[in-house]
Ligand binder design. Structure first.
Ligand SMILES: Cc1cc2nc3c(=O)[nH]c(=O)nc-3n(C[C@H](O)[C@H](O)[C@H](O)COP(=O)(O)OP(=O)(O)OC[C@H]3O[C@@H](n4cnc5c(N)ncnc54)[C@H](O)[C@@H]3O)c2cc1C
Length: 324
């Protein structure tokens, strides 16, 4: 069986045959033609030919080996809060370490979801919901991650995006990461040896995050809790979490705020099919109806064009696109 491409996506028999092979050689669950709209915060995206929940690290390694042998494209999905998946879907194998049955339902069962505290060091599996980790830091009187409270997503996705807010990045207090290379090799890498940037992690390209350990400082739990509450209140004040979106669409170009540039070209309220630029934040596209990935991409291109025409500046995407 060889590489899948787009035309094979509709060949259920072929995909089912590959799925059978996966089920017999990889411990875990394998679903075929899983709609990715159910796994992304935008609520758009066509089917993944194969959608696999590996049962643990060994199963993940076997799955990678399987995909390599068959030249199958792979995509590691987190909680899908920063992904724009095309309406055509993904002609390969999506790997889910989070055990999410849908975007809104989270299972606690995953072998990649665990938190351990040892002194001032807190360790979390890739599948841990970031907020759960932050609440644990508070319970243990540890400071350093409060400003990240309210960012929707998991540890794996957060590290891969180097997510952040209010001047804080998730990589700030990173002590070390346990990763798996695509050939299945597991490594522990010191945080300072991994290249991170603003919403990017070049040092994690083609690597799967298995676990992250953070080195924090002692603080009174009530102070940590207060900063978390203030951070969440500040996010809620902006009130941009109500409609399906993927957070900020564009990265801030050096020396500029993308939202201000977009505001100045009249972005707020611009529409494309069932999606529009949020009336509350010019850098958020929200799915206000039955929007499609094509609607979103269309709006993205129009926004880029407007900013380029006025400022001769090319806005770059913060969200990750799949299958375009
Ligand atoms: C309402 C809203 C508000 C947001 N606000 C912010 C904000 O303030 N700051 C901010 O930075 N972001 C923000 N975001 C974007 C998003 O929450 C973050 O990027 C988050 O870290 C994504 O995590 P995820 O688990 O959903 O990752 P996903 O979106 O599923 O994946 C993101 C990337 O990480 C990769 N990935 C996932 N898991 C792993 C793994 N184990 N190993 C290697 N790669 C992996 C994926 O392949 C993908 O390329 C917001 C999004 C929404 C919807």
């Amino acid at each position: 069986m060889n590489q899948l491409d787009r035309k094979d996506l509709s060949d259920r028999q072929l995909v089912e045959l590959i799925a059978e092979d996966i089920r017999s050689s990889v411990e875990g669950r394998c679903i075929v033609h899983e709609p990715l709209s159910g796994h992304t915060s935008f609520r758009v995206g066509g089917p993944a030919a194969l959608y696999v929940y590996p049962a643990g690290i060994e199963a993940l390694s076997s799955l990678l080996q399987f995909c390599r042998d068959r030249s199958l494209n792979t995509l590691i999905i987190g909680y899908g809060n920063n992904l724009l998946v095309s309406d055509a879907g993904f002609a390969g194998c999506v790997i889910d370490l989070m055990e999410t049955t849908s975007h809104s339902e989270r299972s606690e069962e995953s072998p990649f979801k665990y938190i351990a505290v040892e002194g001032e060091r807190i360790t979390a599996g890739a599948g841990v919901w970031l907020n759960d980790l932050i609440m644990q830091t508070a319970d243990n009187g540890l400071t350093g991650m409060e400003e990240l409270a309210g960012i929707p997503g998991g540890i794996g996705g957060g590290m891969s995006m180097n997510c952040g807010a209010f001047g804080r990045f998730i990589s700030d207090h990173l002590e070390e990461l346990k990763i798996m290379e695509l050939d299945g090799e597991i490594k522990t890498v010191t945080g300072s040896k991994i290249e991170f940037g603003y919403r990017i992690a070049p040092g994690l390209k083609n690597r799967i995050v298995l676990e992250a350990a953070f080195d924090l400082q002692r603080e009174k739990a009530e102070i940590v809790n207060r900063v978390i509450a203030e951070t969440i209140a500040e996010r809620e004040k902006r009130n941009i979490m109500t409609l399906p979106s993927a957070g900020s669409v564009f990265r801030n170009p050096e020396g500029y705020y993308a939202a201000r540039l977009l505001d100045s070209v009249g972005a707020r309220g611009m529409k494309s099919g069932g999606v529009e630029v949020s009336s509350l934040h010019a850098n958020f596209i929200v799915n206000s109806g039955n929007g499609t990935a094509a609607d979103i991409m269309n709006l993205i291109l129009r926004l880029k064009e407007k900013v380029y025409t006025k400022y001769n500046l090319e806005l770059k995407l913060e969200l990750r696109t799949i299958g375009f």
